[in-house]
Design a protein around this ligand. Structure first.
Ligand code: PGA
Length: 251
């Protein structure tokens, strides 16, 4: 039985004041014990969010990590070693905004995935196709390549300790959610690809859907057999909305 998970990706948002307010409102929420809940604040707020959520059943992760572990000369970067030191438990790897806006390629993503796991962080590997790729009928090929790259580099066993998020790029921040059937089709294919390597890993791996998840579409998405929860951007910045999405995952 896979435990449902809801992850809130706060992206490049928040001031000290607004983050404190968001956490205060999260505290007022009824959160389901059966669901694993994680928030991903900016690195700037990571330490304070970890402290503030200590007594709450909400884990904290980072939105990115450096390709290198440890410490050293890599200006502007933050290593998985440092993230683990402040108490982060998770890290997003390969988000489409990093692949497409910042030009992160497969090799960089493989290295970040490896660095995260080497420091005991759980990577949430994000996969997804653009609108052009979907219209050209190459969704499976694109998502398959993104996933196969990590499997080839790190081995299928590494997915016993990782989460996968399928996030069609055209659905992110656009209000255009994939339908539950569209999302399920890709999730089933991702699980199928994992199963070709190791059926046991495939059966236990958690696959999140991301892309305009909201309180009013979460329940239908999470009811699909291969959707184990959500990676939520915009809606995770509103505590009531995030709480409602978490409760939908718990039902
Ligand atoms: P969105 O973002 O929920 O705002 O579409 C999801 C994400 O990018 O993780």
């Amino acid at each position: 039985m896979r435990r449902k998970m809801v992850a809130g990706n706060w992206k490049m948002n928040g001031t000290r004041a607004s983050v404190a307010e968001l956490i205060e409102s999260l505290r007022q929420q009824q959160l389901p014990g059966s669901v694993e809940m994680i928030v991903f604040p900016s690195e700037l707020h990571l330490g304070s969010v970890i402290e503030a959520l200590e007594a709450m059943p909400v884990g904290v992760g980072a939105q990115d990590c450096a390709v290198e572990r440890g410490f050293g000369a890599l200006t502007g970067e933050c290593s998985a070693t440092q993230l683990a030191d402040v108490g982060a438990g998770w890290v997003l790897v390969g988000h489409s905004e990093r692949r497409l806006v910042l030009g992160e390629g497969l090799e960089v993503i493989n290295r970040k995935f490896a660095a995260a796991q080497a420091e005991g962080l759980v990577p949430v590997l994000c996969l997804g196709e653009t609108l052009e790729q979907r219209q050209a009928g190459s969704t499976m090929q694109v998502v398959g390549e993104q996933l196969s790259s990590v499997i080839a580099d790190r081995g299928i066993g590494s997915f016993a300790n990782a989460v996968i998020a399928y996030e069609p790029v055209w659905a992110i921040g656009s209000g255009l959610t994939a339908t539950p059937d569209q999302a399920q089709e890709v999730h089933a294919a991702i699980r199928g690809l994992l199963a070709e390597h190791d059926p046991q890993v495939a059966a236990s791996a958690r696959l999140l859907y991301g892309g305009s998840v909201k309180a009013d579409n979460a329940a239908q998405l999470f009811a699909m057999p291969d959707i184990d929860g959500g990676l939520v951007g915009g809606a995770s910045l509103k505590a009531e909305e995030f709480g409602a999405i978490c409760r939908a995952a718990g039902n």
